[in-house]
Design a protein around this ligand. Structure first.
Ligand code: MN
Ligand code: MN
Length: 324
């Protein structure tokens, strides 16, 4: 994968020392806006992308408004990771690529639009870091990124999103994306780890499927018994050196810290534990990542979006870490 080691001032975020962080047009992390038509698009290593689409939502809606809110709160991000020392914007050329345009009235058309968009992202050699959107977004992203060979995945969530269908067999919802991705050969199930699973359930159908195909499910009880660091050691062993996608549903985090989401489940990790597991991905061969299910209408104080933006920064830091 491409990483531009040479410092390029064009791709440097606007510093809060030059323009206050509450001022200016809010691109992701105050990066330059570089869409497909821009003359610097071929120099982008990592593209931050908004996916304002929530047509897969089965419960409380709103993640279509996530990208704007995440952009706004992401202006609080500074240049350096205080814990790891990583300065991602000096390692890779990062840019805000804008939003994928969905068709909110046509689910299949939206899936196709997303697939086309992420196919182009892959062909440009850009690794995407996407702000959702509900979790169905991850399916067409994988269709674009894993078109040639199945990939591994590290999935943080309180739900497996492995169900077969909803409401009498509807195959495309935010509870089904990874079932479809396994069926379509986009994911290698033996290199998939799901972490944080909890809550009430309709039945065990999703877990039975995981077991049958070899997906490693780490329920929240095991997570807390072992701790995030130990869980991530096992996770790195399972995904190995191969191409790996990272999908982070904000409802992995306890609703005390992330109430602004459609399907919250109590008894989850706090905001520090939420960040710690991302740091545990350092060294993994990450071909792309997403942060999904932030729902601003349920996020009255903006804290969920702030955690989401912070997690995007942590994801960015581990996306560049394998190359430093
Ligand atoms: Mn999910
Ligand atoms: Mn979830």
């Amino acid at each position: 994968m491409r990483i531009s080691a040479i410092f390029d001032a064009f791709f440097t975020p606007v510093s809060g020392m030059e323009l206050p962080r509450f001022a200016g047009i809010p691109t992701f992390m105050r990066l330059p806006f570089v869409d497909f038509d821009h003359d610097r698009i071929s120099d982008v290593d990592i593209g931050l992308i908004g996916a304002p689409w929530d047509s897969g939502t089965t419960n409380r809606p709103g993640p279509r408004h996530g990208p704007r809110q995440l952009r706004d709160l992401s202006t609080m991000i500074r240049a350096e990771n205080g814990a790891t020392g990583v300065r991602p914007f000096e390692v890779a050329n990062c840019a805000d690529l804008g939003d994928v345009s969905p068709n909110p009235a046509d689910l299949q058309d939206s899936l196709n639009r997303f697939t086309d968009y992420y196919t182009r992202v892959r062909q440009l050699g850009i690794r995407p870091l996407t702000a959702g959107g509900d979790h169905l977004c991850s399916l067409p992203i994988l269709r674009g990124l894993a078109a040639q060979a199945p990939v591994g995945m590290v999935h943080f969530d309180s739900h497996t999103d492995l169900f077969d269908g909803y409401f009498g067999g509807t195959k495309y919802t935010h509870g089904t994306p990874f079932r479809r991705a396994v069926e379509e050969g986009l994911l290698d199930p033996k290199r998939v780890v799901q972490i944080g699973i909890r809550g009430t359930a309709y039945d065990h159908e999703d877990r039975d499927f995981a077991k049958a195909v070899g997906i490693r499910v780490i329920a929240i009880e095991e997570f807390f018994a072992r701790g995030g660091t130990d869980v991530m050691t096992e996770t790195r062993e399972i995904v190995g050196d191969g191409a790996t996608y990272v999908s982070y549903d904000i409802d992995f985090v306890d609703p005390a810290f992330a109430p602004g989401t459609g399907t919250p489940e109590v008894g989850g990790p706090n905001s520090f534990q939420a960040i710690e597991v991302v740091r545990g991905l350092a060294g993994v061969n990450i071909i792309g990542a997403d942060l999904v299910e932030v729902s601003p209408p349920f996020d009255q104080a903006g804290g969920t979006a702030w955690l989401g933006a912070s997690l995007m920064f942590e994801l960015l830091c581990v996306m560049v870490s394998a190359q430093t």
